[in-house]
Design a binder for this molecule. Sequence first.
Ligand code: KG4
Ligand code: ZN
Length: 346
Amino acid sequence: MSYDAQPMNILGIETSCDETGVALYSTEHGLLADALHSQVDLHAVYGGVVPEIASRDHIRRLLPLVRQVLAQAGVERPDAIAYTAGPGLVGALMVGGGMANGLGFAWDCPIIPVHHMEGHLLAPMLEDNAPDFPFLALLVSGGHTMLVGVRGLGEYQLLGTTLDDAVGEAFDKSAKLLGLGYPGGPALAALAESGNETAFALPRPMLNRPGSDFSFSGLKTAVMLIVRDAIERGSLDARRADIAASFQRAAVDTLVGRTLQTARREQYGRVVIAGGVGANRLLRKEMGERFDGDVYYPRMAYCTDNGAMIAVAGALRFADAEQASEIRARARWALDSLAGPGVATV
Ligand code: KG4
Ligand code: ZN
């Protein structure tokens, strides 16, 4: 990857949801240091993310993580600070934005507001095997399910999205029905390994409709009915792994099927998978086997939320840097409203 500006070190700060992520990225040497604090344990008892608890924990964790990352890299202060400005939980975003502005003011260095989903989209740029533009991106997280045509940095065409639940949400809700903890995706995927994926016939929503949109609420409802039936028969414990495996297979078939249809129609020879659900092994395997072009994804740790993807996105968007002034925090922010670097859209 090439950068226009002088070589520099960029601090990345991610606080949009329930992970506090900090990283230091060098445009010359790549990632220098990286630290993450997951709040999963704090929210697990509530079965989902509690925004107020998330904000308070970011406050507690962020500065120590910044110190840790700088110490680990042996860098006294970065040349610029990138932070997630949205979309996400506003209180949580304001913690990262406040810290970035405060440090930018104190260090007199520029700060760069970053779109969280653009961070996910650019996470494969952290790898040796980074994709060139153009590519088709399947962005799959707890809040989003999108197919995005990526022609260049900031040149995003939203080709498809979910009409209801995000696929990560469907994983989490199905996991909850199966009595698995929060967040359910990884737990459901682990349980599925010992199950029979053909045990239950579940829908592959939307695959036989034109376009590139998704829908996952019907799949979630189908899981609910199967679980209810199994409870009535007293067979839930015996069938849990089979239900998990059947659900995972249906969700993955839907994601891969829709991506292949779209890549063919829009003529993309490269596919990028990013976002939390991109950590799913079956999804990676199926896409690799069924797509006849090249498939790229970040390593597992950079699929879920992290500071490294924000730092690398900040490096690529250095033209958008500003002086510390306003804390930018947007709960909603459409990815396709972004423009190329240097054209303010925040
Ligand atoms: O990107 P992310 O960390 O946070 C958001 O921006 O939403 O994604 C979290 C989502 C959760 O729904 C979680 O259950 C799901 O990603 N997830 C997985 C796996 N690992 C995380 N879903 C399926 N299989 C996995 N291995
Ligand atoms: Zn995310």
